[in-house]
Design a protein around this ligand. Structure first.
Ligand code: GCU
Length: 369
C-alpha cells in the first residue's frame, strides 16, 4: 500500500486541498485553518500565551550519581484575580560538565518530584524517567509537573490555570490535555533564559495521556523542534476512524475533562469528522516527529499510530522531506524506522516508556535535532 491508498482505504480527510501547492500556501492558509479546527473540535482553545509578569525561581542545584546536576525551577504566573500565583514546577537534569547550551528532552510528568533516588511513579517503569541515559548522551532532560497547571480530574475546570484565566466556558474551551501543553510552553519560556539549554533544540515528549498532551503541545507551539508521542493512542497519534481500540466515544465518556466539549460529538461519527489524528501529527511538519507504539498496548491498535505518522507525508513533502516515505507497511517489532524528519517504532511489550524507547528517540535525535 502507498500513502494515497492509505487515505482511500481509511477515508482519511486530505491534509492538502487542491489549492495547496507549496509550503508557503500551507503555512498561510491551510495549516492555520486546520489548527483552528483541532482547537475548536478536539482540544479546546488556549486562552493566552506568555502572560504578563511571569517570574522564575531557580533553586538548589543538587548533584547526583555520575555528577549529574539537577536544578529545581518554578514558573510563577500571576493570578489576575489577586490570589496566589500559579506555580508550575520543573526539574532540569544536566550532565556533569557545563559545556554551554545543549539540546534537551522535555518530559511531561504528573506530580512527582523526580529526585535522584525517587522510585518511578508506576510499578514496572524503572526506565520511564531515564535521566542517567539521557544525560550520558549529552542531552539535558527537563521534567515538567504538568498537573501543577491542571489536575487530571473532572472538577468542572475550577482548578489550576482554569481558575486563573477562564471566564464563561463553552464547547470550544480548553481541556486538561491542552492546559498541560500550555504548561510545557511556559517551561520552554524559562528554558529560553537558561544558558545551559539550547531552547531551539528541545524535544517535547510524554507517555500515554501525556503523550497525547505532548503531541498537542508540539502542534500548538512551533518552538518545539521535536515532538515525541509515546503510546499515545486515542487523542494522540492513533487514527480514530479505525475503532479497534479505545474510541472517541469511550475516551470522552471516561475522560471528558481531557478535551473540549465539542469532541464528544464525533463519538460513533469518526468517519464524518473533517479531521483525524494525522491532522494533529501534520501540525508538527517540517519539524521532527516521532511516534512510538507498544506492541501489547491495550488502549491502542498499534497500526493506527503508525498510519497516523505515515499519513503526514503529503505535508512533509511540501518542504522537500519524505517523512516515513510512500510505502505503507506496519514496521516489525523492535525495528525502528527512522525516516526523513519522521520516526516510528513499535517496541515489544506493554503500554510503557522504557529505556529502549529512549535510546531510539536519541538515535533519531542525534543526527537531526
Ligand atoms: C486510560 C486512557 C488512555 C490513556 C491511559 C493512560 O487508560 O483510556 O487513553 O492513554 O489511560 O494515560 O495511561
Amino acid at each position: 500500500m502507498n500513502v494515497k491508498e492509505l487515505y482511500e482505504s481509511m477515508g482519511l480527510p486530505p491534509l492538502l486541498d487542491g489549492t495547496i501547492r507549496t509550503a508557503e500556501d500551507w503555512e498561510r492558509t491551510r495549516r492555520p485553518a486546520l489548527l483552528r479546527l483541532l482547537e475548536e473540535q478536539e482540544y479546546g482553545i488556549r486562552p493566552l500565551e506568555r502572560p504578563q509578569g511571569v517570574q522564575y525561581t531557580v533553586t538548589g542545584e543538587e548533584t547526583g550519581p555520575k555528577g549529574i546536576r539537577r536544578r529545581d525551577i518554578a514558573v510563577l504566573i500571576p493570578n489576575p484575580h489577586g490570589g496566589d500565583a500559579l506555580r508550575i514546577r520543573a526539574y532540569l537534569y544536566l550532565p556533569q560538565e557545563n559545556a554551554g547550551p545543549r539540546a534537551a528532552f522535555m518530559m511531561l510528568n504528573m506530580r512527582w518530584n523526580p529526585a535522584f533516588d525517587a522510585k518511578p511513579p508506576f510499578p514496572g517503569m524503572e526506565n520511564y524517567f531515564a535521566y542517567q541515559a539521557v544525560t550520558a548522551r549529552g542531552y539535558a532532560l527537563v521534567s515538567v509537573n504538568v498537573d501543577d497547571a491542571a489536575a487530571d480530574a473532572d472538577d468542572g475546570f475550577h482548578n489550576g490555570v482554569f481558575s486563573l484565566f477562564d471566564g464563561e466556558r463553552n464547547a470550544t474551551s480548553w481541556g486538561v490535555l491542552s492546559a498541560w501543553g500550555w504548561a510545557a510552553s511556559r517551561v520552554l519560556d524559562y528554558l529560553e533564559t537558561d544558558p545551559e539549554v539550547d531552547a531551539a533544540r528541545v524535544a517535547v515528549l510524554g507517555h500515554s495521556r501525556l503523550g497525547k498532551a505532548a503531541l498537542w503541545a508540539g502542534a500548538r507551539d512551533s518552538r518545539f523542534a521535536m515532538v515525541i508521542a509515546n503510546s499515545s493512542g486515542c487523542g494522540g497519534a492513533g487514527i480514530s476512524r479505525d475503532t479497534r481500540a479505545e474510541t472517541i466515544e469511550a475516551i470522552t465518556r471516561n475522560f471528558p475533562h481531557w478535551f473540549c466539549g465539542n469532541y464528544r460529538q464525533w463519538g460513533n461519527r469518526e468517519h464524518e469528522a473533517p479531521f483525524d489524528q494525522h491532522t494533529v501529527l501534520a501540525m508538527v511538519a517540517p519539524r521532527l516527529l516521532y511516534v512510538q507504539s507498544s506492541a501489547e498496548d491495550p488502549f491502542c491498535y498499534t497500526p493506527n499510530e503508525y498510519r497516523g505518522a505515515a499519513a503526514t507525508a503529503p505535508v512533509y513533502r511540501l518542504y522537500g522531506y519524505a517523512g516515513l516515505g510512500d510505502a505503507v507497511a506496519q514496521p516489525l517489532i523492535d525495528r525502528p524506522v527512522h525516516g526523513d524528519r519522521v520516526g516510528y517504532h513499535v517496541r515489544e511489550g506493554g503500554h510503557n516508556l522504557k529505556l529502549a524507547d529512549w535510546n531510539w528517540f536519541m538515535d533519531f535525535a542525534d543526527t537531526r535535532l
